[in-house]
Design a protein around this ligand. Structure first.
Ligand SMILES: [Zn+2]
Length: 382
């Protein structure tokens, strides 16, 4: 099957400079802005749903992803996760169960795509900052593709995430402070060594991988779009990626609407909620972030402006939940639904009482919660 591919290069989200697709890029060379991949909907609109790949993974949607036809896919069976209706809520609530991914989190989608793209471009060595889950994912895919992988994470990271990253072949360096400190260490090292920084949004190849969740949700609902997608915002990769793919689906006519996003953050680190509620265009750094949801302890997401733009475009809602509410939701999700969730993931469940109680959303609305990660790596927090 040979057709023009939809991936047509990269574009800076700030100065709009366009780059060719076969270049090893991180942030915009001209202005330091974040790069987005250009996926041309006109070309995608020429394919039909029958043309989707038969793979039982996110690579079913290869045509939507920024890869070349000849690129060797680096896959461990990520994606194709269940979308199941919850029985314990009065409402139409579904969960996209990302705990079923190879290393137990949705980070596998971003890492599978990034390692596929980077190894095809000839990158041999990657370095990244992580709160733990992305480290495990990149360690796994790097091992498959024979890439050297170094991960810098906060010393407070869950021990199982550190151990698993090491077992999967990554060189792990604990850093004092938050992921912001780890990010600064990685940035300085990547610059001095010339190695590739695969951290959140420093590389432009992660968010489209997570965007495949949107494609799967629509197909699983028989090409219907839910009214709301409830998403725990840390770095915001999944929100940005899914919003892009929902928009592409609407443009090519496979669906007729787009969902509204609900961004959830813990009260101890809610920079996006604060900025959105005060109608700001950018996110201020959150001082002294403190929460049990380590994946959401991101004091200043690099893509702050981009996240806020997606939220505004989707006429979204932003709200925060307490650690106590998160803890309670972890117990409830396990007991009522058999879902073992990590705290970051349970934050979406914790948002439901507020969303319904304060009538922010109607009981009849179709709601999809993104369960981003398994509790298997955070058992000490249970
Ligand atoms: Zn730029």
């Amino acid at each position: 099957m040979s057709r023009e591919r939809a991936f047509q290069g990269l574009q800076c989200t700030e100065c709009q400079t366009v780059y060719p697709s076969r270049e090893i890029l991180q942030k915009c060379v001209k202005c330091g802005g974040l790069l987005d991949t250009i996926i041309n909907p006109e070309i995608l609109s020429e394919i039909s749903k029958d043309d989707l790949e038969h793979a039982r993974s996110m690579w079913r949607y290869r045509a939507f992803l920024p890869v070349d036809e000849k690129d060797k896919i680096v896959s461990a069976g990520e994606g194709d996760t269940p979308l199941r209706k919850l029985s314990s809520f009065h409402g139409n609530v579904w969960v996209k169960d990302e705990t079923k991914n190879p290393t137990g989190t949705f980070k596998d989608r971003g890492a599978s795509l990034a390692v596929t793209a980077l190894s095809s471009l000839g990158v041999k060595d990657i370095i990244l900052s992580s709160e733990g889950n992305a480290g495990c994912s990149f360690a796994l895919y790097s091992q498959i593709a024979d890439l050297a992988c170094r991960v810098f994470l906060p010393r407070q990271a869950n021990p199982a995430k550190v151990e698993l990253s090491r077992k999967l072949g990554a060189k792990v360096t604990p850093v004092e402070g938050t992921i912001a400190e780890a990010g600064r260490r990685v940035e300085a090292l990547a610059k001095s060594e010339g190695s590739y920084n695969a951290s959140t949004f420093v590389t432009p190849y992660r968010h489209d991988g997570k965007g495949t969740m949107a494609l799967e949700i629509c197909e699983q609902l028989d090409w219907m779009v839910p009214d709301y997608v409830v998403y725990p915002v840390g770095g915001g990769v999944g929100l940005v990626g899914m919003w892009k793919m929902f928009s592409v689906l609407e443009k090519i006519g496979w669906v007729r609407t787009k969902p509204r996003f609900v961004a959830v953050q813990p009260t101890g680190c809610a920079p996006v909620v604060k900025a959105y509620q005060s109608k700001r265009d950018d996110v201020d750094e959150w001082k002294n972030p403190e929460t049990i949801a380590f994946g959401l302890r991101i004091p200043k997401p690099l893509a702050g402006k981009w996240i806020l733009r997606c939220l505004r475009e989707s006429e979204g809602i932003a709200l925060s939940v307490t650690d106590e509410e998160i803890r309670k939701s972890m117990g409830q999700a396990l007991k009522d639904e058999g879902l073992l969730l990590e705290p970051s993931s349970a934050a979406t469940f914790a948002a439901l009482p507020q969303l319904y109680g304060e009538k922010m959303i109607d009981r009849s609305a179709e709601v999809v919660l993104i369960a981003t990660g398994s509790g298997l790596k955070t058992l000490e927090q249970f």
